[in-house]
Design a protein around this ligand. Sequence first.
Ligand code: GDP
Length: 765
Amino acid sequence: MAAYINRTISLMSGDGPHNRPIAPLADTRTTRQMTDNSPLQIFVKAKKKINDIFVEIDDYVKDTVEYMHEIEKQQEIINPEKVKQTEDFVSKVHGIRDVLSRDHMKVAFFGRTSNGKSSVINAMLRDKVLPSGIGHTTNCFLQVEGSPTDEPYLILEGSEDHCAVDSVGQLAHALCKEKLNENQLVRVFWPRNRCLLLRDDVVFVDSPGVDVTPNLDEWIDKYCLDADVFVLVANAESTLMVTEKNFFHKVSTRLSKPNIFILNNRWDASANEPEYLDQVRRQHLDRAVDFLVKELKVCSQKEADERIFFISAKEALQARLAERGQSATTPFTEGFQTRYFEFQDFERKFEECISKSAVKTKFEQHSQRGKLIATQLREILDSIYTDAQISKEDRLKLRKEVHDKINHTETQLMMITQEMKQKIHHMVEDVEQRVSKALNDEIRRLSTLVDEFNVPFHSDSVVLNVYKKQLHSHVEAGLGSNLRARLSTALAMNMEASQREMTERMESIIPDKNKASAALILPRRQPFEILYRLNCDNLCADFHEDLEFRFSWGLTSIIQRFSNGGSGLLTLKNKKENPHNSIVPSTPTDMVDTTRLFYPTSVADDWSLISRIAMLGVSSQGTMGGLLLAGFLFKTVGWRIVVVTGGIYGCLYLYERLTWTNKAKEKAFKKQYVGHATRKLKMIVDLTSANCSHQVQQELSGTFARLCHLVDEATGDMDVQLKKLEHEAATLENAAGRAKVLRNKANYLAHELELFEDAYLKSHH
Ligand code: GDP
């Protein structure tokens, strides 16, 4: 400090005699320097920077909340707690931005009344902002801050009203008029454009003299806790008072290492006794340094040198007003220049100090909180990202499983279909054989069946028709029930086994949840039963009985008997020539038609033709031949033998004629009927067995088709599941991607704050 003073004094020495009033010098700092190089710019720039970062953080937090609301439904990657936590950050960031916008540098002035606090503030503001003078003592707290408006105004504590003030006189008047007590705060809003310090967010607080009140603690709590710099305005004409010291003792208990400047004001008054000047100055300086370093322990010896100044606020203000042409008189005494330099030096040190201190106290915590928010959000997003990735992988795994299952089911289905086709084919062939064998057996035993029919017989044609009809249905029912008795159990068991096998095979490829419906569909069906559809009514409709009496030893009968053997041969031959007989019609209608088609009318016609010719031959030559035969017999055998033979023949005839009763007629009828029916039934053996196997085929194919449908349904379900899984995986992928982007943004913002701290906080430690 001493070196500094010496330097300034030596600088001054070339400026002519010291006793001559010196013309006010222009401020050594140009306006440009003050705006761009002013230490206050550190605060201004830092504030702008951190504000910009918080605008980004604000946007970022809002984006994140929006993102979270979008993915809110995906509960496996997010929970309401996380959403709530993120939403809370919005208001937190708002709060910080709010405080940030109001952040300023605050300097509080203390000292006894009339030491010149108001004068110092006015000098710094380069304008008569606050009233000062003998007649006026500030008896309340006055806070001067910048206002964006062009007109100054003041607001009293506890009121919202803006009281316009045009001049210092008005302000003084206003302050006197209101009965203010020393604890009240009056905020004076001074246009920013009139003062650089105000523009750069410096707020001045002027206090009532520390000597006027005992309520120091209350003051400190109310107005000083957020002050970045304290300025003690002391009177150079006297030593530091206990009350002044006391106040700062209290301040330093509340705040750790407050920044305290000590201004020894009214230094101009000491100029009157230049011989003691240095001595007085040293005394004041030593005491002040002791106070700061030893008593308060707020700074080091070296720092203390930079905190104690000897100035004249009155002169500084006058000089500045003169610069601006607001003051005509410049009654400067000796040493003014030195004191003015020292005042400017104080201003510079003060600006550096308040700017750094404010950046640190105000922005460090914002930066910390910003970093905390970024870190917490990053953690939340990180967990969302990880969970989304895991869930996505799960989905893809499931998707693959379902996909494989579908493929497996399809190949299995193809295989089973092939097998089942074979199986059905075998089954059908087997049934055809069994039915054909059983039917043939039954045909062989047809006479027994017909014999069992014992409705009273009568040869009258009307009665006979009814009898025939009943016989048809008896045979049909009998055959049917016999066939059923022979085949049903075996067939049903076979069918059931096949169906069960089919179902089991199919069930093995149907997923469990579809099995329930499979179980529902199958047993609901009625037990399968083959319909034999013998339809004897139609089949034997052309049956014509022949109940005329015929003598078994008569000529016609003998010829007929002979021809019967021939007719058998004929039928056989005929069958061979008609291979269509073995064709299996697929429907009962076809069957009936075919029966009619192959009804062997031609054979019967052929036969009747032959027999008629034979009969004709016998009857036309009968008389002549008879006579010749009789004569021949009489001659050779002798008449006795002829007579005896004739007698026996006659008896035979008589016997046969007499036994041709109703019973015999019935017997003959049944025999004829059995013969006819056997022929007819033999013709439809192939047809019937084919028909039965067809029914079996229908039944099995039906079952299989239903099972196939179930499998289709199951694969359909799986397809839907596949699509769903794919969609979910895509959504999760998207969510994860965006979480990653947002997480990286959190990193970026934390890094920005880190850079901010490096630039404005760390380097100034
Ligand atoms: P405050 O009560 O602490 O605010 O003191 P003021 O600023 O009102 O000043 C009280 C009186 O001291 C006023 O009349 C000022 O003109 C005068 N005064 C202030 N500073 C100086 C100075 O540096 N030298 C001289 N000679 N008088 C001063």
